[in-house]
Design a protein around this ligand. Structure first.
Ligand code: F6P
Length: 324
């Protein structure tokens, strides 16, 4: 018999499309298994302040298609302190909550790992970040929607680039990771993709721009936010080398985090939400649930937040081959 009778769910860190679908799955799976379920508002801050409300099947109706998170989210500084975590534990104890599900990225899991060990408390994590920069899962909730948003935006930019014979440098999100830039870059036929994981070869990029001029009237260079130069500097370098080029920069920003989740993200969030609750009931703790090779897989928080390189060199090669 499981000891888990009452659980809480929260979202933390940057919002990601599909977080609501994940909350819905957690709440309804808990109810299905006769487990009471609470929602914590504003991430770990809500645990510290006691903003915790009971949820039912109706509280998560009509949210599967909505971006953002109905529970709201923050990057909590209070939870980083021992005093904050003690308050959080006291609030959990008061309500008799015996398990926690956290949806977020590496900061969320770092907090979960510390708290879980400090108070010997069962926590399961769901990967929710547009950056896809977590080990232990092939894809994170929100990534598919974000790369489709980038693709749609750059398709529009392409119309202007083509009409004016311009080079556009497009900067996309990914503070520490080039996974958004790489996949969306392939999808829009980028000339080059600049990502923090790989040293940039400016000579090769300039050579390619020079060579491809005869084949194309518009060119797009995709730059990840975490690139050491960033979009503005990359554009300056191109302009310095080719003063006759008409170069523009577009920084896509937070539109990449919003919008209704794609089908892939809704299904991923639903699968992981169900597995997170089932995992807790089975006695799992201190793990993130993800998908690897199409199957649900659990990995310890420490392993999932270790920034291993998820860059697939086949994809980087594809950019080079196809950009002629
Ligand atoms: O972690 C996701 C992310 O979108 C990063 O790619 C980006 O650097 C960051 O969040 C931006 O965060 P904020 O909304 O706090 O500016």
């Amino acid at each position: 018999m499981s000891t888990i009778k009452k659980i809480a769910v929260l979202t933390s860190g940057g919002d990601a499309p599909g977080m609501n679908a994940a909350i819905r799955a957690v709440v309804r799976t808990a109810i299905y298994n006769n487990v009471e379920v609470y929602g914590v508002q504003r991430g770990y801050d809500g645990l510290v302040s006691g903003s915790i409300v009971e949820m039912n099947a109706k509280s998560v109706a009509n949210i599967i298609q909505r971006g953002g998170t109905i529970l709201k989210t923050v990057r909590s500084s209070e939870f980083k302190t021992k005093e904050g975590r003690v308050k959080a534990y006291e609030n959990i104890q008061k309500l008799g909550i015996d398990g926690l599900i956290v949806i977020g990225g590496d900061g969320t899991f770092t907090g979960a790992s510390v708290f879980g060990k400090e108070f010997d408390f069962p926590i399961i994590g769901l990967p929710g970040t547009i950056d896809n920069d977590l080990s232990g899962t092939d894809y994170t909730i929100g990534y598919d929607t974000a790369i489709n948003t980038v693709m749609d935006a750059v398709d529009k930019i392409r119309d202007t680039a083509e009409s004016h014979d311009r080079v556009f440098v497009v900067e996309v999100m990914g503070r520490d990771s080039g996974l958004i830039a790489l996949r969306s870059g392939i999808s829009i036929g980028a000339e080059a993709v600049l990502i923090p994981e790989i040293e940039v070869d400016y000579d090769a990029i300039m050579k390619r721009l020079d060579q491809t001029r005869k084949n194309k009237s518009s060119r797009i260079i995709m730059v990840a936010e975490g690139d050491k130069d960033g979009g503005l500097v990359v554009a300056e370098k191109i302009k310095a080398k080719f003063p006759h080029y008409d170069v523009r920069v577009s920084i896509l920003g937070h539109i990449q985090r919003g919008g209704k989740p794609s089908c892939m993200d809704r299904v991923l969030a639903s699968r992981l939400g169900v597995s997170a609750v089932e995992g807790l009931i089975e006695g799992r703790r201190g793990e993130m649930v993800g998908v690897r090779g199409g199957d649900v897989a659990y990995s310890p928080f420490e392993k999932s937040i270790k920034h291993i390189d998820k860059i697939n060199t086949h994809l980087t090669k594809i950019v080079d081959i196809l950009s002629q």
